[in-house]
Design a protein around this ligand. Structure first.
Ligand SMILES: *[C@@H]1O[C@H](CO)[C@@H](O)[C@H](O)[C@H]1NC(C)=O
Ligand SMILES: *[C@@H]1O[C@H](CO)[C@@H](O)[C@H](O)[C@H]1NC(C)=O
Ligand SMILES: *[C@@H]1O[C@H](CO)[C@@H](O)[C@H](O)[C@H]1NC(C)=O
Ligand SMILES: *[C@@H]1O[C@H](CO)[C@@H](O)[C@H](O)[C@H]1NC(C)=O
Ligand SMILES: *[C@@H]1O[C@H](CO)[C@@H](O)[C@H](O)[C@H]1NC(C)=O
Ligand SMILES: *[C@@H]1O[C@H](CO)[C@@H](O)[C@H](O)[C@H]1NC(C)=O
Ligand SMILES: *[C@@H]1O[C@H](CO)[C@@H](O)[C@H](O)[C@H]1NC(C)=O
Ligand SMILES: *[C@@H]1O[C@H](CO)[C@@H](O)[C@H](O)[C@H]1NC(C)=O
Length: 563
């Protein structure tokens, strides 16, 4: 079959790990060499109208840092928080800001930020062209309030493994700042289900060490584990997972069945050997991934601030409240290359007692169901694959709040279709938690529906990648002060035109709609080559705006003017 050379180059590029693809694009520097470009990931602003205090936690440079000790600093709660009484409950909103710059060619690198061993942020750097870039990312870290208020000088840690040589000359310079917004009125503790946990226990590797505090998982047989002992008066437990995939698994979601273990991965978490949760992650594309020009200057969804996944462990408290150490273990089904997995155990403690009791009522976790097939056509083979999983557990916990039964259910379904010119992947993930008292009254319920579509089309020397994240949460119950409704729908459509002469044009369009009981945010931004050519945003809650579906956006590709 005759394949034009540019097309071949592009398809080859798709088949090799993205870090290699990035170095290929580094030879050409399309932008002006004297001005840094600002890269950004589209996200909603995080702020309150007043009362901000900001503290620089760490300023560091990352040159040749691979497998070296991370950058560290001793952490003390910011002075404004101490002046306000020092309690975690005084924090109304905490935002961690990562601001970084790089000049010189460099690849995209993963970094992690930890406080007292608990991971606060994991992200990818941008994949900088040689003229230099700057970018920043802000993350809501209010859920770690108990750590932010903790005395005892916990270590604040940043690891960013980088390699500098005569080709890759870029050194990353980063400042990490904590912005706190404090409550003006004397803090009253919000209801249990939505207040930050009383205790956040890190499930990570301990300092001192070389590299990141995450556990590297190299293969499907690899298991990482850590023993933790819980306080005897915990009444709620949530395991928050951080995951990222690299090297041979950076693009796991594109693997055809039979190639590098196919397109299905799940991260599993076990408590004393019992599967407590399984997560099929959002397929984050790193800024150097698939084809690096696709993500300049608008970074891929979730790449600067990787999503995390909460597994409700409350139904399993029955075996964890004996004061002894218990094993939390992680693995990645079908893993080929390296996965970095880490976790934080969020615990809520009974203010009215020193011991809670608990028991498991029911547990269902059948093996994941997977299928794969291949069409007979030898010229344009179609590869199909599916995977489905259900894990559900119910348990009671008796505390001073009463005897409360919690049902936690997670499901996901993955559907994959690859042809010579297209990829079409959808992951649908649902989680539900329902906590009821003895009389059947709902203390807390939260249902989250997630839909992660990813596709590409290669046609006439142009590659279009469409990537979306839709997540809706509906919460209710006496323990819930959270917005009862929260919905995010964002879609990114990126196009690169690879011409025979080697000239390249590209463009990105992203729409972002956040609609929640506590506010709304809309943004529609389009870039062409390195320039933003249209950018509209507002914070209006317009009735019915959420009904404009992702489909309409998908059809509107960015306009790239070809010579
Ligand atoms: C880069 O931009 C500067 C200022 O905008 C300009 O003076 C210079 O000529 C440009 N260089 C190139 C190579 O385009
Ligand atoms: C970090 O902070 C220092 C001191 O304020 C400043 O000079 C530097 O430009 C900052 N770096 C970045 C990447 O923001
Ligand atoms: C620099 O490192 C990269 C990545 O390991 C490698 O591909 C490249 O060949 C190195 N360049 C030199 C000049 O050693
Ligand atoms: C709590 O309720 C569950 C289910 O109703 C019951 O099986 C359990 O014995 C109760 N626990 C206590 C301590 O009363
Ligand atoms: C837990 O919730 C799931 C999903 O709603 C439901 O299918 C299951 O029957 C519940 N389990 C128990 C023991 O109530
Ligand atoms: C984008 O850059 C290419 C050169 O790489 C150029 O040919 C093309 O005209 C540019 N497109 C736009 C819309 O500026
Ligand atoms: C986004 O902006 C583009 C360019 O201004 C426009 O054509 C498109 O209709 C807008 N999309 C939405 C959903 O507002
Ligand atoms: C937000 O979602 C609710 C529930 O679906 C809907 O009634 C409302 O119109 C939406 N608002 C916006 C601004 O989209």
């Amino acid at each position: 079959m005759a394949v034009p050379s540019a097309r071949l180059a592009l398809l080859l590029c798709l088949m090799i790990p993205a870090t290699v693809a990035s170095s290929r694009s580094l030879r050409k520097s399309p932008a002006n060499a004297s001005r840094p470009t600002t890269f950004f990931e589209v996200d909603r602003p995080l702020r309150r109208s007043s009362g901000r205090c900001s503290t620089l936690l760490l300023s560091a440079s990352f040159g040749s840092t691979f497998n070296k000790p991370p950058a560290t600093n001793a952490y003390s709660p910011p002075r404004c928080l101490v002046k306000a009484g020092g309690r975690a409950s005084a924090i109304s909103l905490a935002v961690l800001e990562w601001r970084a710059a790089c000049r010189g060619a460099q690849l995209d690198r993963v970094f992690g930020v930890w406080l007292g061993g608990a991971e606060l942020l994991r992200g990818s750097t941008a994949a900088p062209p040689p003229n230099g870039i700057i970018w920043s990312v802000s993350k809501d870290v209010t859920k770690y309030a108990s750590l932010l208020a903790a005395a005892g000088k916990p270590t604040f840690t940043v690891y960013l493994g980088n390699l500098v040589n005569t080709t890759l000359t870029g050194v990353y310079h980063a400042n990490v700042t904590l912005h706190l917004y404090l409550r003006r009125t004397p803090p009253t503790k919000p209801p249990p289900a939505t207040a930050p946990a009383d205790l956040v226990v890190p499930v990570s590797r301990a300092l001192p060490l070389d590299g990141g505090l995450w556990f590297p998982i190299q293969s499907a047989a690899d298991v990482a584990s850590k023993s933790v002992a819980l306080p005897s008066n915990a009444y709620r437990a949530v395991l928050e997972l951080y995951v990222s995939f690299h090297q041979d698994d950076e693009l796991w979601y594109k693997n055809q069945p039979g190639y590098q273990n196919g397109p299905f991965r799940e991260v599993t978490a076990r408590v004393d050997g019992v599967l407590a949760g399984s997560v099929c992650p959002f397929p984050v594309i790193y800024p150097g991934g698939i084809y690096p020009l696709l993500w300049r200057p608008i970074a891929p969804i979730g790449s600067f601030n990787l999503p995390t996944y909460d597994i409700e462990l409350t139904p399993f408290l029955g075996k964890l409240l004996d004061g002894k150490a218990h094993e939390l273990a992680f693995a990645v089904t079908n893993a080929v290359g390296v996965w970095y997995v880490g976790a934080n155990l969020h615990l809520w403690l009974d203010p009215g007692g020193t011991a809670t009791t608990a028991g498991l009522v029911s547990y269902v976790a059948p093996a994941a169901k997977t299928t794969s097939s291949k069409s007979a056509d030898p010229v344009d083979t179609h590869y199909h694959a599916t995977a489905n999983r259900l894990v559900s557990a119910t348990g009671w916990v008796k505390s001073s709040y009463g005897n409360i039964t919690t049902n936690s259910t997670r499901t996901f379904a993955l559907v994959y279709l690859l042809t010579f010119e297209t990829l079409d992947l959808t992951i649908v993930a649902d989680t539900g938690v329902v906590a009821t008292d003895g009389a059947g009254g709902v203390m807390y319920s939260a249902q989250t529906h997630g839909n992660f579509p990813l596709g590409w089309v290669y046609q006439q020397n142009s590659l279009t990648v469409t990537h979306g994240l839709e997540e809706t949460t509906v919460a209710a119950g006496r323990w819930s002060s959270a917005p009862p409704y929260r919905s995010l729908r964002t879609t990114q459509s990126s196009l690169v035109e690879d011409e025979e002469g080697g000239g390249k044009s590209w463009g990105v369009r992203q729409t972002y709609r956040y609609n929640a009981t506590d506010g709304c945010y809309f943004r529609n931004v389009t870039s062409s080559n390195y320039s933003v050519v249209s950018d509209h945003s507002n914070e209006l809650c317009v009735k019915g705006a959420a009904s404009v579906g992702v489909g309409a956006v998908t059809a509107a590709l960015p306009t790239v003017n070809l010579p």
